[in-house]
Each structure stands twice: as structure tokens, then as C-alpha cells.
Design a protein around this ligand. Sequence first.
Ligand code: DGL
Length: 270
Amino acid sequence: MNALDDNRPIGVFDSGVGGLTVVRALMERLPLESIVYFGDTARVPYGVKSVATIELFTGQIVDFLLRQEVKMLIVACNTMAAVALKIVTARAGDIPVLDVIEAGARAAVNVSRGGRIGVIGTPTTINSNAYARRIHALDPAARVHSQACPLFVPLVEEGWLDHPVTRLTAQEYLRPVLAEDVGSLVLGCTHYPLLKPLLRDVLRDAVKLIDSAETTAELAATRLRDAGLAASGRDPAAYHYFVTDVPLRFQTIGERFLGRSLGEVTRVDW
Ligand code: DGL
């Protein structure tokens, strides 16, 4: 396959099922593009693991996707984007790499230039300071207020999207961010877009929620077009999902994330 074959798939990866929020946005924005998704369901969650471990896992996933001959890599996991992006770009060579942190940072700056921006994510993402660095690179005057929300991932996986426990947890986590009077809040974790309705209730109307999945899809469309890599539509888009644990749980939870039934899901034999 050569570099001009624009019907090659886009490789999207995450620590588990959450990156399907990005796949969903891609399917809507780029319906002609095929996607190969990798979810490391046997080793999720990443958000509480060390940088060294996340780097090792990220390298393995990227190598796997490169063997699938993808034309673009999208780091859909905020935690991997926060601490292992260099591993991805080093291995990708000429293949364009996009990540949800770049997308989220751009969207936040567009909405709140010079203002106060809240960021929520996993402990590893927040401790890395990656969002603050990327936001400040785009807008040095921005004030960034970050908050780790470690309980949100298990609550979403449990399906407690509108549950009193989740509401109380959100109120507790968001209190310090709200006290800073932020104008926007970046949902800096793949799972959080599913909590949007609940978060909108908890937050004051003035706070705009930034969903990096949608911005990532928009950035992907621009990069594919500019690089001459967009799919021609000659073949219908194909979707293939690879996971590292038995597929059943991924399939069940994945349909909630994707908002439609999943196609073929294959367990990876490393
Ligand atoms: N995918 C991760 C993220 O976006 C959340 C799940 C995890 O902790 O692995 O940060």
C-alpha cells in the first residue's frame, strides 16, 4: 500500500472503551473514513498508572496500529496524550498524529481567550500539567484551573450517568473549579462526554463544556484534506475494533459510548 491510498483506515486508540466517543464524532464528521480502533481493555484504567507503564503500553499499541497500515493516528486517550505523545510521534514517522489534548486546548482557547479555563481529567492527566502547557502555548494570558476526578471513570463504566451518587461526586469535584469562576470546562477524559447532561445541571449556565471528541473530528477532517489523505468514498467505510480482553464487556458498554451497535470486535493476540 502506498502513501497515496486514501482509503486506508484511521487508527484511533484508547486505554479502553472511552475512546469510542471520539470514534462517534469521527463517524458523524467523516462518514467516508474507515476506522481501526484499539482499546486496551485488559489493562484499563491508565489514568492511575505511572508514566513509565503508560509509555510502554502506548508504544505497543502504536506498533500494532502501524501494522494495520493506518494513514493517521488519533490518540483518543487523554492520559496517553498527556504523558506518552512523544512515543507516538517518534514511532509514527510521516503518519500524521492528532490527540485529544491538542483539540481540547484549541477549543477552550477559542471559547475563552484570555479568560479562565477549567480542566477535569484523570489523576495522571492532571498531574502531568499537559492541558495547562498546551493552553498556555496557544494563549499565554489564559488562567487554567485543573481538577482530577478519579471516580468519574468507574461511575460512567457502571452506567451511572444520571445517578445521585454521580451528582454528589460531581458537586464535590467541581466546587473548587467553580469557585474560580471559569468560563469553560474542558472534559479532559474520554469518559466525561457521557456525563454532559449531569454536568450541565451541576454547573452554572455560564460555563461552556468543551468536548474534545468533536474538535478532534474537526481537526482530523482538516488534516486529512490538507495532506491529501481523505477517503474517496470508492469503498464504503469499514469499522474494526481490537481489544485486549474478551470482547463481551467492550461490546456492551461500547454501544452506550458509540450510540449504535458495534461491528466486528477482535481480541488481540499480541
Ligand atoms: N481513557 C482515559 C482518559 O481519557 C480514561 C480511562 C483510563 O483511566 O484509562 O484519560
